[in-house]
Design a binder for this molecule. Structure first.
Ligand code: PEP
Ligand code: MG
Length: 587
């Protein structure tokens, strides 16, 4: 059997070793079969029945998933039911069958192409990944056009699923059975539903392998390394042994980390710190808390705009915010107002194409242009605040005037809610994200206008170093430990603290053990990150003494390069605290 290795994107860490099971892929027809006028009704009926069967299946899957894996995962099917109910979907089908007079298969195929193109044009990775949900629902309807299609009962043996693309509903169903060791697919990204689910269920997964589904056969012996994003097919014995040992080490490491969830977040010398979660879906709250999150430090509200093809209503916003607030209660929840515009383009928001989107009409700039859309969101956030654990975060602030304008809108919205007798937190705190260098430079002025600050290092670093955060050609320059970045962040943290205001870091930097230690040394107490990284940061910060870290950081600030800084932290911290988890042990 051929031995080869494939590189992809590791989206769920861990190692699995076992036999491959290829998933079948539905190909939408390319045959444009026309029908006569008197066949239109029959064809519409066929489609109607297929949609009805799909609805029944999705509802059953939703209930099954809820029972077997938990409420938080059944959301996939809820989202699919919403897609299925979508009016524009039905209109598109009908138009092709009724007006253009084609068979239902061709109608589904065309509608699928149309949606794929819309989603392809979105540059934001999270939204782009939602196109697989559309494919999933349309595949189901397509298969249901044939009544005879009865799915084979899956074999119970544990296998590694290999496919072109594992559709979210298929992932939920198969992963929930507990007999999937790992997932390896040609397509996919870090934020696809399948990846989110695999991470939550601890199933190692590598996606973006390009052609694994064509190169692997059923029964091939494969290793999936979700930590390093590699798949090894039919490895010789020596390599298998290497991975058996890597798997053991990883499993021990994970067990060790999980134990930290219930431990207090404090350094060896008793300095308390707080680890919060960055989330994109309400379903992520509970798993985040089980990993030790003490609240939601950043809810990226953009995802709500994907739930429908029209703009979300106040009720839709409200039901999501109040669910998050309830599930996290009494811990705080920081809801970031939408960061759309710029490259996060969505068809229902009429945003013109811009030559330089990262510097364009984005986030608060966009919200202040479309004030009615913004007010809908502000109202919903306020309404979800009656338990007093909701906070607001405004992204991409550049100047004080923007805060002043937000405050005016805030007052107007509160007045409207009072008139309608809605309950809300009258003192709902308002904070801003520091992501633009200009805002960082006037931290002393900005901080007086708000209740707290949160540093969005992902953007702040890209704008300060002039390095596009998603451009692989310049990624070698994207260095959170660059002396300029450390000086800037130190200034922001110290300035906020001098004013007695709360300050957090919510960019990826907070999830890197080395960088988190430096941030702690600057006096930072609030770290917000992707929940899967909470245990390792807790472990790192619990294994150091604040006193020592402060001294190391003073030394670090005299160094000239990111590399020298990194080496200095590793040497100095490990000498004093050999248990500190630094980069080498990162999952
Ligand atoms: C950031 O910029 O650091 C941040 C947290 O926001 P986002 O990654 O959503 O741009
Ligand atoms: Mg940002």
């Amino acid at each position: 059997m051929d031995y080869f290795r494939l590189r992809g994107i590791g989206v769920s860490p861990g190692i699995a070793i076992g036999e491959a099971l290829l998933t079948e892929r539905v190909i939408f027809t390319e045959r444009k079969e026309s029908i006569s006028s008197n066949q239109v009704l029959t064809e519409l009926n066929r489609l109607k029945k297929a949609i009805e069967r799909t609805r029944v299946q999705l509802t059953r899957l939703k209930n099954q998933t809820r029972k077997k894996v938990g409420e938080e995962y059944s959301f996939i099917f809820e989202a699919h039911l919403l897609i299925l109910e979508g009016e524009s979907l039905h209109q598109s089908f009908e138009e092709i069958i009724k007006k253009e007079k084609y068979k239902a298969e061709w109608a589904i195929s065309r509608v699928h192409d149309k949606y794929q193109k819309i989603f392809e044009s979105i540059t934001d990775e999270y939204f782009k990944q939602r196109k697989s949900d559309i494919t999933d629902v349309l595949t189901r309807i397509y298969k249901n056009l044939e009544t005879t299609d009865q799915k084979k009962i899956e074999e119970e043996r544990e296998r590694i699923l290999v496919g072109h693309e594992l559709l979210p509903s298929e992932a939920a169903l198969r992963l929930s059975r507990g007999n999937v060791l790992a997932v390896a697919t040609d397509m996919g990204g870090k934020t696809s539903h399948t990846a989110i689910l695999a991470r939550s269920l601890n199933v190692p997964a590598v996606v973006g392998l390009r052609n694994i589904s064509q190169r692997v056969k059923n029964g091939d012996y494969i290793v999936v390394d979700g930590t390093d994003g590699e798949v090894i097919v039919n490895p010789p014995m020596a390599i298998r042994k290497e991975f058996f040992s890597k798997r053991r080490k990883y499993d021990d490491y994970r067990k060790e980390l999980r134990k930290t969830a219930k431990l207090k977040s404090a350094t060896l010398d008793g300095v308390r710190f707080f680890l919060l979660a960055n989330i994109e879906l309400p379903e992520e709250v509970k798993p985040a808390i089980s990993l030790g999150a003490e609240g939601v430090g950043l809810f990226r509200s953009e995802f709500i705009y994907l739930q429908s093809t029209t703009l979300p209503t106040e009720e839709e916003h409200y039901s999501i915010y109040s669910r998050i607030a309830k599930e996290a209660y009494p811990s705080p929840v920081y809801i970031r107002t939408v960061d759309l515009g710029g490259e996060k383009e969505l068809p229902q928001l009429k945003i013109e194409k811009e030559p330089n989107p990262a510097l364009g009409l984005r986030a608060i700039r966009f919200s202040l242009r479309d004030r009615d859309v913004f007010k809908v969101q502000l109202k919903a956030i306020l309404r979800a605040s009656s338990q007093k654990n909701v906070r607001i975060l405004i992204p991409m602030i550049t100047e004080i005037e923007e805060i002043a304008e937000v405050k005016i809108l805030f007052r107007e919205v509160k007045e409207e809610l009072r008139k309608k007798r809605f309950q809300f937190d009258e003192d709902l705190p308002l904070g801003v994200m520091i992501e633009v260098p200009a805002a960082a430079a006037i931290t002393d002025l900005l901080v007086k206008e708000v209740d707290y600050l949160s540093i969005g290092t992902n953007d702040l670093i890209q704008y300060y170093l002039a390095v596009d955060r998603s451009n692989e050609f310049v990624s070698y320059l994207y260095k959170p430990l660059h002396p300029s970045i450390l000086r800037l962040i130190k200034f922001i943290i110290e300035t906020a603290q001098r004013e007695g205001k709360e300050i957090a870091v919510c960019g990826e930097m907070a999830a890197d053990p080395l960088a988190a230690i430096v941030l702690l040394g600057f006096g930072l107490k609030n770290f917000s990150m992707n929940p899967i990284f909470i245990p390792r940061i807790k472990k790192a910060l619990r294994s150091v003494e604040y006193k020592t870290v402060k001294k190391v950081v003073q030394k670090v600030m005299k160094l000239k390069t990111a590399q020298e800084i990194e080496e200095c932290i590793i040497e100095e911290i490990l000498v004093k605290h050999p248990n500190a988890f630094l980069r080498a042990q990162v999952i």
